[in-house]
Design a protein around this ligand. Sequence first.
Ligand code: FAD
Length: 434
Amino acid sequence: MAQIINLFWFRRDLRLDDNVGFFNALKSKNPVLPIFIFDSEILDKLPKNDARVSFIYENLQKMHDELEDNFSSGMAIFHGKPVEIFEKIIEKYTIQSVFTNHDYEPYATKRDQEIVHFLQEKNIEFHTFKDQVIFEKNEIIKKDGTPYVVYTPFMKTWKEEFKSIELTIFESEKLLDNLVKNIDFPNLTLSEIGFTNSTQKVLPYTVSQKLIQEYEETRNFPDKDATSRLGPHLRFGTVSVRKMIQKAIAEDNEIFWQELIWREFFMQILWHFPQTASQSFKPKYDKILWRNNEEEFKSWCEGKTGYPLVDAGMRQLNETGFMHNRVRMLVGSFLCKHLLIDWRWGEAYFAEKLHDFEMASNVGNWQWVAGSGVDAAPYFRIFNPTSQIEKFDKKLDYIKKWIPDFHEFTYPKPIVEHTFARERCLKVYKEAVS
Ligand code: FAD
């Protein structure tokens, strides 16, 4: 008879420590089979040298080695459609329960419903846990029961609620004895899932005392590279959000802490309003007559608009998979307002390129810059791409780093004149929203 086991399904929580769902699985009486599925529905849409896939793969291998070397176990790694993979696993093992952590994105919610249905038919229980946020879904709502759509009151209630809970760390790493031994599935290579090793690398994060303490003064200057780079690590769960919140509290930095709350703000927005992944939160903004000029979009993507801070940002993104937050706001505003290109085009480009791409934060921030989202900048607030240099890159260090030909004749002339573009934007937006 097949061995009776429980299964833990890793998704966006790629770590062995402080993992809520994994902790609960390991506490149960049956040995646990840890699995990861490279979901073909997601992978098929990505470039074959995607740095995020390499990052996931490398982390899975590290976890696998740790489990193999110390616990005679390992990660069972699959490629395909989740339901089909589950079918394959139950041919080898009798599964009593599947454990996993919540994933709030619209595709994931739909996928999980299919899995629940499939497992129910086989009499297998499905247990899910909150792991990637401190507060989820309806946990922070207004007194009248509706979701917050403005950040500051959300953040204040978040902090109030936080005082009333005990922040628990779930030491899953201490329970690894309860794993299925001698796992009987081959360890896939990256090429077996159709990908190559990316030359772009997801950089490690830094939450040193110095960085967090100085965050407020330095975070707005792109040349200083003084932000944590936590984005992809929170996205794929290679770090625990609870430990990062603890760190922010220990270093007593409210501003850094509030950035982590922005992340949860946008996550609950996407959960409450899943349609905003593709529709403007404020419906009037979907009446804007975007120009959507493809040549201009190409120049923006390639960092060839002739506006140096915009171009430096886009080149940093293309070369490294990262762009500084200040510059993200500027390039976003420039695309939607100066060029009148639909925020969805910019959102899709960022989704392909950013190592820290996170649907909730990307959509939320894009709608913020376009003016169409929750708590968004008013539409008549249009960043001046030249005076932004004065404010944030006065010595041109960031610009020169990413645009080596900045002073050469090869560097393009501005794609559009600022005052003209500003007036045009105001007119088009006003027609749609007033
Ligand atoms: P730090 O400044 O060190 O902040 C720490 C963490 O706080 C971040 O890693 C992130 O998890 C969170 N955070 C900080 N600012 C924000 C914010 N405005 N919204 C939500 N969370 C925030 N962030 C993403 O994580 N994924 C995205 O896809 C994304 N797309 C964006 C698109 C646009 C147009 C803009 C203007 C911003 C976007 N951001 C996105 C927010 C922000 O730019 C990044 O989180 C930040 O630059 C990542 O660098 P860091 O990890 O060094 O951040």
